[in-house]
Design a protein around this ligand. Sequence first.
Ligand code: IPM
Ligand code: MG
Length: 357
Amino acid sequence: MSHRVLVIPGDGIGAEIMPHVVRVLTALGPAFDFSYADMGGCAIDAHGTPLPPDTLAAAKAADAVLLGAVGGPQWDDLPMDRRPEKGLLGIRSGLDLFANLRPALLFAPLADASSLKAELVADLDLLIVRELTGGIYFGEPRGVTVDNGGRRGFNTYVYDEREIARIARVAFDLAAKRNGKVTSVDKANVLEVTQLWRDVVNEVHAEYPQVALDHLYVDNAAMQLVRAPKQFDVVVTGNMFGDILSDVAAMLTGSLGMLPSASLNASGQGMYEPVHGTAPDIAGRNVANPLATILSAAMMLRYSLNEAAAADRIEKAVQTVLERGFRTADIMPSGRAVGLEVLGTDAMADAVIAALS
Ligand code: IPM
Ligand code: MG
């Protein structure tokens, strides 16, 4: 049976990169049944809404969704409920993709690309597990009102214990297969909702005696991530803290252009997308780095399609092209570049395909 993959290319470099990623998948061997749908800015232009109902229905019917990226300056001035980001939040919530996995893995040939000293980040391999369908992003009530002549904006930071327990289990399960350590990040010294977070994570931990658990306040976690990032294995946290900390973790590896992500629901269905955005400034010039989306496709093979061997082949091929000295512009060091060669988007994908065998 072929794997049913819904491809959502999106906007900017997302749409530019996606055909090359489909080429990589097609070169692998397993049979895929690709279908395509609009989301984000292109969907606003074509259908008047960032998440057309047909797109959500097609996503529900697929085994997995592969997403490029959405957004761009031409849609920035729209009201909040019609912006491209609303499409992303809508599909996350519509598919109940509560578990967002954001690995920050430093490929050894790129150690010099980090803004931290190479020894602090060499062999870095941490995984942020971010709760994705709750917390302050979705809490009600929310809005802006006018009271007594003054405006007042408000959002609600809310988690129930079921939401906390299920994301904690994802983190403990993954840590058990990695280095056996979970760090839970909260603000339990100030926010009651995160006191509950800490209590529930501790309760779930009782089911995982083989995994070590510690807790950090989010401010300290941010500091530790740039001070000594290799102390972390799996970091589990809520939606907003995870949004912020995953950008910090991403930058430890030197380039947003290398980082994949997975968003999973309870039935293993998932959406896979690079951490980077649509980069409108470089879109359409064949210079964007396709590796984050290629690595997202590898995560899709591993987590939703039960094709671990194919996922390994992609990840090894990426390692090989980097070892051979191939770079896109974003991961090219500014100084010495002996033995390195800059490739465009298409040629980088070709190099990965050539390295697959
Ligand atoms: C991310 C992004 C999104 C988020 C935006 C685009 C809504 O920053 O995936 O991290 O905040 O979740
Ligand atoms: Mg973000």
